[in-house]
Design a protein around this ligand. Structure first.
Ligand code: NI
Ligand code: MN
Length: 227
């Protein structure tokens, strides 16, 4: 399978003829090199309701007739806007045609801003996506929490996408510990450099991982890896 990093927290998995896009935020991201119009998707996975994760979800879902997979409240929100949706909740798994998705917890907040309204968007989440015999973890926006160790014991993670930006999520030091606890074979840092408060040195993070014997890969926006 091929996995493309589109900047910020946006990750695209292409496997078995399916395209799965997580947290599309392209039109508002100056570092993104891909336009939302050029994204082909069968499924759009959303970790939580903040705009830097859902901004392009509805247009991508509607133009591709794709299904949005998110926590129950966000699925309801986009369902009311006419999108095809599938709601999960924390700890739950579901076998889709492309593979199995498990919703894991994230320690963050979640809401959707619409004008001057703040809409309740349920709990923030991360995902474990089991596809072609591999397990890919997307942590969403999260602080460090010790149950990452439990998740790492419960699942053999091949590749994990972890936020390192600090300010709104864990920073690089906590993300190194998260990488140890998730016990993934490889780590890709996300959610950094998009805005001034989350500027980080991803290569320094990768070096810190190497110091713990963990493989890191600071992918550039638009870069693809084969798994
Ligand atoms: Ni957030
Ligand atoms: Mn965010």
């Amino acid at each position: 399978m091929n996995i493309t990093y589109h900047g910020h927290s946006c990750v695209q998995i292409a496997a078995g003829g399916y395209s799965i896009v997580i947290d599309p935020f392209l039109s508002g991201n100056q570092l993104a090199v891909t336009k939302p119009e050029s994204i082909k998707a069968d499924y759009v996975l959303l970790t939580h309701g903040h705009s830097d994760h859902i901004a392009d979800a509805l247009p991508i879902a509607q133009s591709n007739d794709a299904t949005i997979i998110a926590i129950y409240e966000i699925a309801g929100y986009f369902g009311a806007k006419g999108a095809k949706t599938f709601g999960l909740n924390l700890g739950g798994s579901y076998k889709f045609d492309f593979g199995k998705v498990t919703m894991i917890q994230a320690f963050h907040s979640s809401s959707i801003m619409e004008g001057d309204q703040i809409i309740y968007a349920g709990m923030p989440a991360g995902f474990i996506i089991e596809i072609e015999g591999k397990k890919i973890l997307h942590a969403g926006d999260t602080a460090l929490f010790s149950d990452m160790k439990l998740i790492g014991e419960r699942h053999k993670i091949d590749l994990a996408f972890l936020p390192i930006g600090d300010t709104f999520t864990m920073g690089p030091e906590d993300a190194v510990l998260a990488a140890e606890w998730f016990n993934a074979k490889a780590i890709v840092p996300i959610h950094y450099n998009t805005f001034p408060p989350i500027v980080q040195d991803a290569e320094q993070f990768v070096s810190a991982l190497a110091g713990k014997g963990i493989k890191g890969n600071a992918m550039k926006p638009g870069e693809t890896l084969a798994l």
